[in-house]
Design a protein around this ligand. Structure first.
Ligand code: ATP
Ligand code: MG
Length: 348
């Protein structure tokens, strides 16, 4: 029995979480998956109900879970809050030691026309960005902001670099076996260490090909030739930028899932987008990002490959039929999209 903790959060979080859970119920029924869900307050909703974005009960439930689904958190109403919703997410990531952020991007032929890039460039793109999430310049000390100067520090230990690279190589083993390690080794000391460790880790994975790219040139190549890539592994800051850049390739933020893996085998799955307060409560959000996050959990945390693939393929098939939410230029509502997915799964 797999225990799934659901954190709907704020904005469109609740709507898209409900969507994903409806699809999960149907797929679980079809494949006889043994799972149970439990919902907890998190983010702004938790501030309103408990005075804190990460209540103890929520953290304890997450720590006892087999998988965690997160909708989205934050919104204008908590901008002035003493502890903001985002601090709850940082605290959760830290408590669960979620060091590896995985963002898959795929562009099937049938939905290539939804991309702002030319279909002949994006068709068949299928890659994963593996981003280090707990180190680098976002966490380095000292940090100083003065009137006439400022200081940030980028630090990485060999152990931190090794574990994220190993995670990426393991992912590559299950895919097309090409790792693109991204750094700025012509300038940065942390990148020189990164590149050296990438070579060491590569020798542990003789079946995987390793290539090195500088972050500036890879930013260009990602748009020029996205089909080249299989697994891109990089540090925190570079991964933040490249994964947002990559998110435009399929045509909308609203379809992209992510996973964050921890050291103890516990993982959190969430859309890459935020809580979209501008469209919350209107039943118009694209639920695909949350549905695909749920599918990723079935595969990566529970090893349920067939149901995960069926959910993913069904979402793309429904979109290919022109059933599209507003972010993709259509008029389909959130609940209509979910109905179409469920109908297709039940009919298959
Ligand atoms: P965060 O800082 O939390 O990442 P953000 O400021 O980047 O948030 P988002 O909440 O991701 O912003 O929203 C960016 C834009 O994309 C908004 O116009 C929002 O309505 C739209 N958007 C985000 N997610 C979806 C979705 N699932 N369906 C439709 N539109 C979406
Ligand atoms: Mg954002």
């Amino acid at each position: 029995m797999k225990k799934i903790v659901c954190l709907p959060g704020d904005g469109i979080g609740q709507e898209i979480m409900n969507s994903a859970l409806q699809v999960m119920t149907v797929i679980a029924d079809k494949y006889q998956l043994d799972l149970v869900t439990e919902e907890h307050d998190f983010g702004g909703a938790a501030i309103d109900n408990h005075g804190h974005p990460l209540p103890e009960a929520t953290l304890a439930a997450c720590q006892a879970a087999d998988g965690i689904l997160l909708g989205a958190i934050g919104g204008p109403q908590w901008e002035e809050a003493e502890v903001r919703p985002e601090q709850g997410l940082l605290a959760l990531r830290k408590a669960l030691n979620l060091y590896a952020n995985i963002r898959p991007v795929t562009v099937p032929t049938a939905t290539a026309h939804l991309s702002p890039l030319k279909p002949e460039i994006v068709t068949g793109a299928d890659f994963v960005v593996v981003r280090e999430l707990t180190g680098g310049i976002y966490f380095g000390e000292p940090r100083e902001l003065n009137q006439e100067d400022a200081l940030d520090t980028c630090t990485y230990t060999a152990a931190e670099i090794r574990r994220i690279l190993r995670k990426g190589f393991e992912i590559a083993q299950g895919r097309r076996k090409l790792v693109t390690s991204v750094d700025k080794a012509n300038v940065l000391a942390t990148s020189k260490l990164w590149r050296k460790i990438a070579e060491e880790v590569a020798s542990e994975f003789p079946d995987v090909t390793l290539e090195h790219h500088l972050v500036d040139s890879v930013a260009m190549k990602l748009i020029q030739e996205p089909t080249h890539f299989d697994v891109i592994i990089t540090e925190n800051l570079f991964g933040d930028i490249l994964s947002d850049e990559a998110s435009v390739i399929p045509g909308t933020l609203g379809i992209l899932p992510s996973a964050s893996h921890g050291v103890g085998g516990l993982s959190l799955y969430e859309p890459i987008h935020g809580s979209a307060p501008d469209i919350a409560g209107q039943n118009i959000a694209n639920p695909v990002s949350m549905i695909l996050s749920m599918a990723m959990m079935l595969r990566e945390s529970f090893g349920w490959e067939a149901p995960a693939s069926e959910v993913e393929e069904t979402c793309y098939a429904v979109m290919a039929e022109g059933v599209l939410t507003g972010d993709l230029g259509g008029t389909t509502s959130t609940s209509e999209f979910v109905e179409a997915v469920i109908k297709k799964i039940q009919a298959a």
